[in-house]
Design a binder for this molecule. Structure first.
Ligand SMILES: NC(=O)c1ccc[n+]([C@@H]2O[C@H](COP(=O)([O-])OP(=O)(O)OC[C@H]3O[C@@H](n4cnc5c(N)ncnc54)[C@H](OP(=O)(O)O)[C@@H]3O)[C@@H](O)[C@H]2O)c1
Length: 274
């Protein structure tokens, strides 16, 4: 059966460029997923016109039946999964950031950027093939230095951190926002919290994979840089193609490489989380 790579939130921005680059470099099929079928098909057709062949599959990462549908499709068509790039993400900016209630922003942001990523990973975990590569797109905004809360930092840096601890922290943050305590408790904004927790989840996933029977399956998180996309209101210093460079580098790490594993990577270099 063919090898297969899946990219989430890939109808535009960095995700679309990751698909394009994988079409050039990955030995196998590339599946472009999107939450909106029309936008997904349009992106695949655009790639086709440019000479790249990707397959579309529906995936809203907050919809468990979509995730299950993808898992069944991958299993039936490919017998497993070789590359997963958890790219889909949202950030409130401009007018929306000013006008939408803080609790709505916090809930929606964590739902997509954290819980969506974790659900996709959890459902696809059983079908990771030997040498599979998983890339979680985080952000330097999630670096713990941005968070002044010593207690949270200590929990996140513990070698015994579990996925449940991460969920508990996310819920604690949401309760604090609901009660208007986020400034008093030194939480950064919702987007940064979501990315801090994705970076922490990546370390937990790496530890679990090392203890599990999966053979040479590697997970890393990364920041694509500040990229001109819808998410940033087209502000930024990098093109989406440049933003795709580090995620694709991590998606194509060679078999049995020792490093990076469970790291946060920026411009192809490990950035230590403190
Ligand atoms: N741009 C930057 O400077 C920057 C910096 C650091 C990290 N990042 C991260 O890079 C990733 C890609 O961002 P981008 O800049 O390329 O943003 P973008 O152009 O806004 O693309 C985001 C993609 O995510 C999709 N998406 C949103 N919610 C989804 C959901 N529930 N299920 C499935 N797909 C969903 C969007 O689909 P629709 O088209 O349907 O909305 C879109 O395809 C994000 O995780 C972002 O946080 C970006």
């Amino acid at each position: 059966m063919n090898r297969v790579a899946v990219v989430t939130g890939a109808n535009r921005g960095i995700g679309l460029e990751i698909v394009k680059s994988l079409c050039k470099q990955f030995q196998g099929d590339v599946v472009l997923t999107a939450r909106d079928p029309a936008r997904g098909h349009e992106a695949v057709q655009q790639l086709e016109r440019d000479g790249f062949h990707a397959k579309f599959h529906l995936l809203d990462i907050t919809n468990t039946s979509h995730i299950e549908g993808l898992r069944k499709f991958l299993l039936a068509t490919y017998g497993g999964l070789d590359v997963l790039v958890n790219n889909a993400g949202i950030m409130y900016i401009g007018k929306e950031k000013e006008e939408v209630a803080a609790i709505v922003q916090a809930t929606t942001t964590l739902q997509v950027n954290l819980f969506g990523h974790l659900e996709v990973y959890k459902h696809l975990f059983p079908i990771f093939r030997p040498h599979a590569r998983i890339v979680n797109i985080a952000s330097t905004l999630g670096l713990l230095n941005y968070n002044n809360n010593e207690e949270v930092r200590e929990k996140l840096m513990s070698g015994e951190l579990t996925m449940q601890d991460i969920v508990n922290l996310a819920e604690e943050y949401l309760r604090d926002v609901e009660q208007g305590l986020e400034e008093q408790k030194d939480w950064p904004d919702a987007y940064s919290v979501s990315k801090t927790l994705v970076m922490a989840a990546t370390r937990v996933q790496a530890r679990e994979l090392a203890e599990d029977s999966h053979e040479d399956v590697i997970v890393n998180s990364c920041c694509p840089g500040w990229v001109k996309t819808n998410l940033t209101g087209n502000r930024g210093v990098k093109s989406p193609a440049l933003g795709a460079d580090t995620p694709v580098y991590l998606a194509l790490l060679p078999p049995n490489c020792a490093s990076p594993v469970g790291e946060f990577v920026v411009d192809r270099k490990i950035r230590r989380v403190r």
